[in-house]
Design a protein around this ligand. Structure first.
Ligand SMILES: C[S@@+](CC[C@H](N)C(=O)[O-])C[C@H]1O[C@@H](n2cnc3c(N)ncnc32)[C@H](O)[C@@H]1O
Length: 348
């Protein structure tokens, strides 16, 4: 008798048990993946993000800046889990539309399905799996008029960070990949193996202001690291004189710098900042959330240039930060910096 016999009832398989009191790895957190309310409440109360989800950051501040109104057109350049889009969509109704972009094919499919299931079909939410570096092309192809509001929430989502198979995490072991779109470009392992020490060192300095860039790159460059743990162990072995906090910060900076290079994040951001004026209407409101100084410097400089050229009528004098309450309720919000701009009234 075969277990594949369709006339037989399916064989019940027990979930693999985890050792200890709490699940430790991403796959074992099945109660979080299954959205068990009690488990979700416990995780949220600890300031953490339930596995497989993302908590939108500075929502009330972003809604105040963007001021979505019925009938307006919005662009969300970084759909992610759809957290911000789902705040915008009801406020644009009736008759408003949202164009949502994301480069990640894995999370994009899940988010698109979730948004459609909540009643925002393609007539209201046009969702496109694409890089925001080609915003103008995507906006033109959508057939939508210039946007009244635009949001970019930069970097990676919690779903990407927490899923060890994506290779972003310094804590859990997984293949050393880090691509937001795993169908495109080279994984982090190939980049480290290909780069000479001087280039890797420049990358660590430019992308994460890493003070030990040259020491670290001399050891890593040209080597084959198959997994995140393998890379993390090699970095840690160079930092024996540092305390745990400094080691953790260095690891995070090195992983961040490599992730930025793998995904050409600065190139994509520069393209986005150049194209925002081409896709937005007179008096459009723009909000950009960044998570490290390399991003924020670019956003600040593009908005200041736009102000001096008359592209923008006003810009945020300084970045807004999450409230103390949000920082403690959502630990991942801590580094966020929010800048805004208002398009000129006579924008072409
Ligand atoms: C911080 S998350 C956005 C979270 C979202 N605002 C929410 O509340 O659910 C950033 C998202 O931007 C996407 N992303 C990053 N760079 C991108 C790019 N150049 N083009 C398109 N999407 C990008 C990532 O794949 C990720 O899903």
């Amino acid at each position: 008798m075969s277990q594949n016999d369709p006339s037989l009832p399916p064989v019940h398989q027990r979930r693999p048990r985890y050792s200890g009191k709490n699940p430790r790895n991403f796959n074992q957190k099945y109660k979080e993946h299954g959205q068990d309310p009690a488990t979700l409440a416990k995780v949220l109360a600890s300031g953490k993000t339930p596995a497989g989800t993302h908590r939108p950051i500075m929502v009330s501040e972003i809604l105040e800046i963007l001021g979505p109104k019925p009938g307006e057109i919005a662009i969300d350049c970084t759909l992610g889990h759809g957290g911000h889009s789902l705040e915008l969509l009801p406020r644009l109704q009736p008759h408003g539309k949202l164009l949502g972009l994301d480069a990640d094919p894995l999370e994009f499919a899940k988010t698109s399905a979730r948004i459609a299931n909540l009643g925002f079909g393609p007539d209201i939410a046009q969702l496109v799996r694409t890089n925001f570096a080609s915003l103008t092309k995507t906006h033109t192809e959508s057939g939508l008029p210039p946007a009244n509001l635009l949001l970019a929430d930069l970097g990676v989502s919690s779903m990407q960070l927490d899923n060890p198979t994506r290779g972003f995490s310094t804590k859990t072991d997984g293949p050393l990949d880090m691509r937001m779109n795993p169908n495109k470009g080279e994984p982090a392992s190939a980049l480290i193996q290909r780069l000479p020490p001087a280039e890797l060192s420049a990358l660590l300095e430019e992308n994460a202001d890493e003070p030990r860039a040259s020491l670290i790159s001399n050891t890593l460059a040209g080597k084959a690291f198959a997994s995140t743990k393998h890379l993390a162990t090699a970095i840690k072995s160079l930092l024996r004189s540092l305390n745990e906090e400094e080691i953790e910060l260095t690891l995070r900076r090195v992983f961040q710098a490599i992730r930025i290079a793998v995904n050409d994040e600065f190139g994509a951001l520069d393209n986005l900042l150049r194209q925002i004026p081409l896709c937005t209407a007179p008096n459009a409101r723009i909000a950009i959330l960044s998570f490290h100084s390399g991003e924020d410097r670019r956003v600040k400089s593009a908005l200041e240039t736009g102000l001096s050229l008359g592209t923008y009528q006003s810009i945020s004098p300084s970045p807004l930060r999450p409230s103390a309450q949000e920082r403690s309720a959502n630990l991942r919000s801590a580094p966020a910096r929010l800048r805004w701009a208002i398009r000129s009234g006579n924008a072409a």
